[in-house]
Design a protein around this ligand. Structure first.
Ligand SMILES: Nc1nc2c(ncn2[C@@H]2O[C@H](COP(=O)(O)OP(=O)(O)OP(=O)(O)O)[C@@H](O)[C@H]2O)c(=O)[nH]1
Ligand SMILES: [K+]
Ligand SMILES: [Mg+2]
Length: 392
């Protein structure tokens, strides 16, 4: 029997098992069995990245966003609209068969947008191009899940991606000896010691430390044991609102993490870009050479999720050896308490901050006390204020 058939069989068994206290352990074990089989299915062939031919697109720009969704929801139409790169769009399903990259220019940054083939129910079993689509999505910073506003077909699921969810607060470490140590800092209502042992047993893990720091579910525990889940932000993009009544659009627009659009009428695309930008959590930092105005066209782009946003991260971004030479930095912007603030390397920068690096053995230009008169100056350097000169 193939892996897909075995998954189907277990799913069938789960379906006809009543959910109650007595069957809890059995159901937990079945869940673990399915998770294991899916991992087996989605494992890339040995020696490859898992993306596969037509999907190995080089990363470009300051961030990567993947378009995923059922066939014919308008992913390619959206890519063409937002990036100007033409991706074939048509009324038949599976028009797109590979990964098509485009670039969005937004807020002085470049975002790589990836169009992908439609995924269907069973993508988790590697159906269609499910495996490749999931591999590419995992390589992205956020996903835009495009949905057809005129259909109520739900969201395609994925066994690897955990969308808009925090990683479970479970400490898990395999050991060589010592058996299983099971602990929790909170009362557990979904998992107990016996169930935990059973799941670990299913994975042939007999020595490990498990510490629950929140009231997690069996699924959370399996995710932590599998260790290959990607927790990422997702925006649900309801397209084709031009063919939906206003009341229905209103309901969709009020759902969390969702944006309603129409590619055909170019409706609400600005809002989509703004939401995308916000979800990516990018931080633009402008460098100001001493005695000169900052270059406001070419920011250093940092990210809280990838690499961090401290002065240290900023310096490392510019040059590997720069940090050694830095005495302190001057920061203008929302992260600064004064205007400018003298900061050390652990200071966390905010979007649109301006930074001047003062190196060791280099005299600070202008001297002290010069900024007193700026105490009433705006602390945020918005796009509008960028035109105003910064002293120092
Ligand atoms: N009414 C309406 N139709 C749209 C809109 N956007 C796209 N379409 C149509 O939807 C159909 C599918 O569009 P595609 O862009 O090919 O969809 P896709 O998601 O890339 O499809 P696959 O690549 O096959 O998965 C096309 O006929 C588009 O013209 C929209 O905003 N409103
Ligand atoms: K299509
Ligand atoms: Mg397409």
């Amino acid at each position: 029997m193939g892996i897909v058939e075995r998954i189907k069989e277990i799913e069938f068994e789960m379906g006809r098992t009543q959910k109650n206290k007595a069957t809890e352990y059995h159901l937990g074990q079945l869940k673990a069995k399915i998770a294991k089989l899916r991992t087996q299915l989605l494992e890339p062939p040995k020696g490859t990245t898992g993306a596969g031919e037509g999907f190995e697109v080089t990363k470009f720009g300051h961030g990567r966003v993947a378009l995923i969704g059922f066939p014919s929801v308008g992913k390619s139409t959206l890519l063409t609209l937002l990036t100007g790169t033409r991706s074939e769009a048509a009324s038949y399903e599976f028009t797109t068969l590979t990964c098509i990259p485009g670039i969005i220019h937004y807020n002085d940054t470049k975002i790589q947008l990836l169009d992908l083939p439609g995924i269907i129910e069973g993508a988790s079993e590697g159906k269609g191009r499910g495996r490749q689509v999931i591999a590419v999505s995992k390589s992205s910073d956020i996903v835009l899940m495009v949905l057809d506003a005129s259909k109520s077909e739900g969201h395609p699921g994925s066994c690897y991606l955990r969308l808009n969810k925090k990683p479970p607060h479970i400490y898990f470490r395999k050991k060589k000896t010592g058996g299983i140590s099971f602990n929790s800092t909170v009362a557990l209502t979904h998992v107990d010691e016996k169930l935990c042992y059973q799941i670990l047993h299913e994975y042939k893990i007999h020595n490990a430390e498990v510490l629950f720091r929140e009231d997690s579910t069996v699924d959370d525990l399996i995710d932590v044991i599998e260790g290959n889940r990607k927790y990422m932000k997702c925006i649900y993009v309801y397209n084709k609102i031009d063919v939906v009544g206003i009341d229905d659009v209103d309901v969709l627009a009020r759902q969390p993490n969702s944006v309603v659009i129409s590619c055909n009428l170019k409706l609400n695309l600005d809002r989509l870009l703004a939401s995308m930008w916000e979800a990516m959590g990018l931080v633009r930092v402008y460098t100001k050479p001493q005695g000169q105005q900052p270059d406001f066209t070419d920011p250093v782009v940092l990210s809280t999720d990838r690499g961090g946003c401290t002065v240290e991260d900023f310096c490392n971004h510019i040059h590997r050896n720069l940090l050694k030479e830095v005495k302190y930095v001057l920061v203008w912007g929302t992260s600064a308490r004064h205007y400018p603030q003298h900061c050390g390397i652990s200071h966390t920068l905010s979007d649109e901050d301006v930074v001047q690096i003062v190196k060791k053995k280099e005299k600070e230009e202008g001297g002290r006390g010069r900024f007193k008169s700026h105490s009433n100056a705006p602390t945020r350097i918005s796009d509008r204020e960028k035109k105003a000169p910064l002293k120092q």
